[in-house]
Design a binder for this molecule. Structure first.
Ligand code: NAP
Length: 264
């Protein structure tokens, strides 16, 4: 099997990366950072996000597994002391693959005909560099509201424990093929009105955001960010593609939620 190991870059993660690499080679696996069948990330959920984007062109052939060298992560859920066990699993046992939904984001511009398509694992956010974001929100082709406020966050179910949660969004089980729209400080008074609650949309419902003010827009796509003044629309929906996780043992999602946010 072809594998690659990525690291957050700190000394602990780099040392563990060397160890995992050595073990996998001893088991006869082939290091291949171009077309890996399994990507092992060492660091945290942030490291996992970087690896996802690095290999997002290989999603149907590649699966991911994350080891955390800090706190328990949602994507990075193996402990450093478990690496020997994990390597034996990877090398010796056919593993189960679990798929999680992704978000497709299509950005259209006023100044060029071609649109840009992105896949995100956690979320896409839309904000402005200065002042409030004013934008029309359409859901499934119908006008829904005009949003005025700091911004909007559209997240995947697995991203619901990240930025979305900080905005008061619900935590969704990643088996639900859906996306969630959460507001960032909407202005609500007698003039401006938004729904005020996070919305959860099913697969094949599209959300279209059309900025109304001509200011620099900041669009974040997980850890990445783009700034553009000529954004015509941002279209979000559940992607056809999915991210594939190599599953070697049961680790219930709600157990991870409890351990991450409530404690043992
Ligand atoms: P960062 O600001 O260095 O770290 C963001 C934090 O979010 C890290 O603690 C990271 O965990 C955690 N995280 C990432 N994905 C998660 C998930 N699915 N569930 C729960 N926690 C998660 O940024 P980064 O490392 O480049 O990651 C970008 C992400 O930061 C974005 O996708 C966004 O979700 C998140 N973010 C959150 C807020 C907020 O909560 N107010 C604001 C901006 C961005 P690790 O420590 O394990 O890496």
């Amino acid at each position: 099997m072809r594998y690659t190991v990525t690291s957050r870059g700190d000394d602990t993660s780099n040392a563990l990366r060397k160890k995992v690499d050595k073990y996998l080679k001893e088991f006869g696996l082939t290091e291949d950072s171009e077309t890996p069948e399994i990507v092992i990330t060492i660091g945290g959920d942030g490291t996992f996000l970087h690896a996802f984007h690095q290999y997002s062109n290989l999603l149907s052939e590649t699966c991911f597994v994350g080891i955390h060298t800090g706190h328990l992560g949602f994507y990075a859920d193996w402990k450093p002391e478990e690496v020997e066990k994990l390597v034996i699993h990877i090398a010796k046992t056919p593993f189960q693959v679990v798929e999680y939904p992704l978000l497709e984001v299509v950005v259209r511009h006023y100044d060029r005909p071609q649109s840009d398509r992105y896949l995100v694992l956690n979320e896409c956010t839309i904000k402005t560099l200065e002042g409030s974001l004013v934008c029309d929100v359409e859901i499934k082709g119908e006008p829904f509201e005009t949003f005025r406020g700091d911004g909007l966050c559209i997240s995947t179910p697995s991203g619901s424990t990240a930025y979305n949660k900080a905005l008061g969004g619900a935590i969704l089980h990643p088996s639900l093929a859906s996306m969630q729209i959460a507001e960032m400080a909407s202005i609500n008074n007698r003039v401006y009105r938004t729904v005020g609650s996070p919305l959860i949309l099913p697969q094949h419902h599209t959300c279209l955001l059309k900025p109304l003010n001509e200011v620099d827009m900041q669009i974040t796509l997980d850890h990445k960010s783009i700034v553009d003044q000529c954004i015509k629309s941002i279209q979000c929906r559940v992607a056809e593609e999915k991210v594939r996780f190599a599953r070697f043992r049961p680790l219930p999602f709600w157990k991870r939620v409890k351990e991450s946010f409530i404690g043992e």
